[in-house]
Ligand binder design. Sequence first.
Ligand code: SF4
Length: 483
Amino acid sequence: MPLAHPFDDDKLKEECGIFGVVGVADAANFVALGLHALQHRGQEAGGIVVHDAEHGFNSARRMGYVRDNFTSAELLQTLPGNIGIGHVRYSTAGNKGQTAIRDVQPFFGEFSMGGAAIAHNGNLTNAAALRRDLIDRGAIFQSSSDSECIIHLMARSMGRNIPDRMEEALRKAEGAFSVVAMTRTKLMGVRDPLGVRPLVLGKIGDGWALSSETCALDIIGAEFVREIEPGEMVVISAKDGVQSHFPFRRQEPRFCIFEQVYFSRPDSILSGRSVYETRRQIGVELAREAPVDADLVCPVPDSGTPAAIGFSHESGIPYGMGIIRNQYMGRTFIEPTDAIRNMGVRLKLNVNRALIAGKRIILVDDSVVRGTTTRKIKDMLLDAGAAEVHFRIASPPTAWPCFYGVDTPQREKLIAATMTEDEMRDHLGVDSLRFISLDGLYRAAGHVEGRNNACPQFCDACFSGEYPIKPTDMIAKGFELKS
Ligand code: SF4
């Protein structure tokens, strides 16, 4: 299983990636390629389910990267069929950071009208309550995942076909869910009423694809058709094409704004906008909101890069690669010792001394979670001879946990939950520290008027503490909402 790199305790963790195709020969190959393009959304484990008229349903679930598990011809030969779905996982529910193979999706259920498999991205905020109730009524859970509730709710539904059962099950679910699912002949996709997590539709030859992000459509040569709308359910077959309906009460969408800042790949299109362009624009807004006299703008690679380019362009301060990332960190240290761990970010990043020495540096990063990495990077720059270090952060202070499918530390571990911006600057020991404002972030994401405080256009709960979906399970555990 791939091991966490040295940033892992100081970044929000991407949640999951989902992908599905119908109407293509050797669907498993397409699903594997799609999951590979979505690997940034989950590196702990992956799984594929396919169906073929002769062999029925087949599946493979593995710990680790897609490229290490789903590229062998022998394995893919065991997954025949022209319909399939897949999932890459970082555990946001269940056993965090300790994925067991039983928790690896897609999940499968056999119903009286046939089998179905589902893959879920997001987090059900009432999963504990649902699970208790289902177990009381005789359900036997196989995993610790919140997503398994959907299969059990489907089993108890009186719906006449599987799409009806899935619809009924998801009506009982609260929280964030983008789901791809399949029967023997139909591919299904659903997004929760607020559309917190992404899901897009693509066309490939005579077939169709569903994916968390458009970058995975690109890799298989599929054409991006459109986003699945918040609250929409699509049922797709090779014969009948795409049938769409809206089973949930319509609500104003609240897409996750952190997808724009960090989670999604910069070559994806979200809400009709290039993620790269949004991130570059965040840098432009940051330069306007928090200018500083300096010699060089550097990104913390890779996710700080587009914002650093935007900051440099707007401020007129030259851009340079003051920090170089080691691309091959991933599998090098399978079982790092404490000594290696303590080398910290140096395993992942190295300072470009020749560029840095004697200069006043503006470092642009995507976020500050605990602040531990920020501090280490500052030390590395000063050791390399930087005259001053100014941090500019492409998101507002992360002061609240996410309950919608992103792994965040407990609130008290978030540096912004306990310190003001000035206190953080002093604590981190940097010459200056500024975060983009919420309004600036909204402007960069295409809302020129900024955040509509009466009805925010995005979910921004991890910055604002305003949760668009009540975190029922967490409140039951004692979590206190912002008063
Ligand atoms: S709380 Fe933050 S990370 Fe979670 S869905 Fe909302 S904006 Fe995204």
